[in-house]
Design a protein around this ligand. Sequence first.
Ligand SMILES: O=c1ccn([C@@H]2O[C@H](COP(=O)(O)OP(=O)(O)O[C@H]3O[C@H](CO)[C@@H](O)[C@H](O)[C@H]3O)[C@@H](O)[C@H]2O)c(=O)[nH]1
Ligand SMILES: [Mn+2]
Length: 751
Amino acid sequence: MADSSSSLLPLCERISYKRYFLRAVDLTILGLLFSLLLYRIRHMSQNDTAWIVAFLCECCFTFVWLLVTSTKWSPAEHKPYLDRLDERVHELPSVDMFVTTADTVREPPVLVLNTVLSLLAVNYPANKLACYVSDDGCSPLTYFSLKETSKFAKIWVPFCKKYNVRVRAPFRYFLNPLNATEDSEFSREWEMTKREYEELVQKVEDATGNSSWLDAGDDFEAFSNTKPSDHSTIVKVIWENEEGVGDEKEVPHFVYISREKKPNCLHHYKAGAMNFLARVSGLMTNAPYMLNVDCDMYANEADVVRQAMCIFLGGSMKQNDCAFVQFPQIFYDSSIGELVVLQTYVGGGIAGIQGPTYAGSGCFHTRRVMYGLSVDDLDDDGNLSSLATRKLLAEESLEKKFGKSKEMVKSMVDALQRKSNPQDTLTNSIEAAQEVGHCHYEDQTSWGKTVGWLYDSTTEDAHTSVGIHSRGWTSSYISPEPPAFLGCMPLGGPDAMVQNRRWATGFLEILCTKQNPLIGSFCKKLRFRQSLAYLYLFTWALRSIPELFYCLLPAYCVLHNSTLFPKGVCIGIIVTLVGIHSLYTLWEFMSLGFSVSSWYASQSFWRIKTTGSWLFSILDIILKLLGISNTVFIVTKKTISKTRVESGDGPNKDSDKFEFDGSLFFLPGTFILLVNLTAIACFLTGLHWLDRSYEGSGSSLIEACGCIVVVMLFLPFLKGLFEKGKYGIPLSTLSKAAFLAALFVVFSVRN
Ligand SMILES: O=c1ccn([C@@H]2O[C@H](COP(=O)(O)OP(=O)(O)O[C@H]3O[C@H](CO)[C@@H](O)[C@H](O)[C@H]3O)[C@@H](O)[C@H]2O)c(=O)[nH]1
Ligand SMILES: [Mn+2]
């Protein structure tokens, strides 16, 4: 274990950034927002309803900016020192690695097997690793492709380690051609490995859609007569690294699991899958640390596990309160830099308070914390305090908390007391593993409530995260270059809208649970600014209402001939506000290597998703609270990118066309566009002066400019008016929007 001699340099360092200039910009924006509010209050009596609505919207924006300023105030991250780890830690702890998959169509098996290969090949002793794949689709195809993967892994893992390959997901590695000047042994092995990989892909592709191989033996019997939503638990040890000594040629343990599913039995989506993974791995290897990645997020950095260990084994006792280490989610196929920017600046800011939020993928958790421990349950030396031991380890309390399996309870006790007693052979635990995968196993236990990944939100990651921080733990953020994990993201369009709706719905659901950050801050151990940071995230959906109104206000004012913006020199407040905010966000994008067009696309997409997806999140919650329908987790569609890895590994910046479909998501945006276009047309033709006399206080060029800005923000919709096929707005959406726009225009002019 770690040599804790105090004279030694630490394994990691916390770096905090002061960012004085950016703080000044944040405060300036806040100041301008308050001046605007003040101006509105002083001129309230001279203006009409539009003025009040604008004031209310701006109150919301100011509140959000307060949260943003507090969140971004003091960013921090951790820097690991791998060489020091190698010098000092001779016995590395074990790590169980979890991959979840759910749907072979939306998540192509070739993508899943690449993620698995990248994990099996990391630079870490193979006898300290185990990889578990949870398949919520109960698909024989997934199982088949993983079995084939385990054969290829015996070639791939030694190859990667021998030549110190950097990118260990073959689909990315083989995109780059072989450098001809390399030595011939390497060339031969490279060619051979590539051939083997292509054969693997071919086998998997042949097996897709052709089920004759299902009869290939008893091994697939468990899958006969199963449906993704109705089947018994399946646990298959695909590869067991017997008597592993951590040699370079070894392949870590590799297990396939699929928990039981029955109609009418809640399975809690990914959170349920993660809890089953925690239990099965507890029974089999019981490693003190668990890595969780989504099936598309391959390890792009071979040293990633050792990097995380630098934090956990950091040396000082203070590090004991680090519950998890989160790496940012970076994407290899997206032109939208938005999430990267959000993670760097907002995520980095949260990291400087109590620690980053758990983001669902690319995260190392400590098993004990996931079993529900609080910081107070530990003594200074990291052992369970005597009080906690009494409280936690009483036999009946354990059963009530963790379920009836005796083996499970034993593994829990071992994990809580930091004794890892893995089974001699994994196959011994198969029976117990099947028991804990029963769909009623969690009934009346604490799973999903205080133990494991938390239920009742479609963003189980954020929910679990706030639960952990509320128990007093901290977390650490590492953002190495090149990125440790890379995944894929849907480009702007229906898939992205569905995903954003799920996130915003999930966040709002958390506000309705016991993990509401305000409760956490006042009654538990969530730090105040951390709770504000969570509040910033969790109120995303609510922002759709003021944003929707604000996109309609300029048009309303032009049509109704009323004033929206300050007059005279005070218009400078709005102009400066928009100018500074645009430059600030542009700088954020460009500082991370994104282009001006990517910034523009993101500003536009932000408006589109706020008024589209997030509005429906509010509806989701209302329906859930009324008991009419429950929220669902729709898996995001993932595609295998065929573009070459460029030197910097940055995201590709091609294809930024926005796609549409007939869903209601695109109705509000189309409506906003039509309304604003009508208002501009009316302004240009002078129609708004026909009805009434100009009294000096009506709308002017500035309100019309507001309409132009809105149209510019909804540019993908404007283009969509003239495009055909998937890039065009469907006629059904267009006609509904036109009808609503006509009502709006009549309402604005008559009112
Ligand atoms: O019933 C389910 C549904 C999903 N998944 C898995 O969950 C992961 C994430 O699903 P995905 O569709 O990729 O969601 P994203 O929105 O891309 O993912 C982000 O947001 C989710 C919360 O909304 C988190 O769970 C993810 O970890 C996080 O990366 C995937 O590996 C899925 O296979 C399951 O195992 N079972
Ligand atoms: Mn994903």
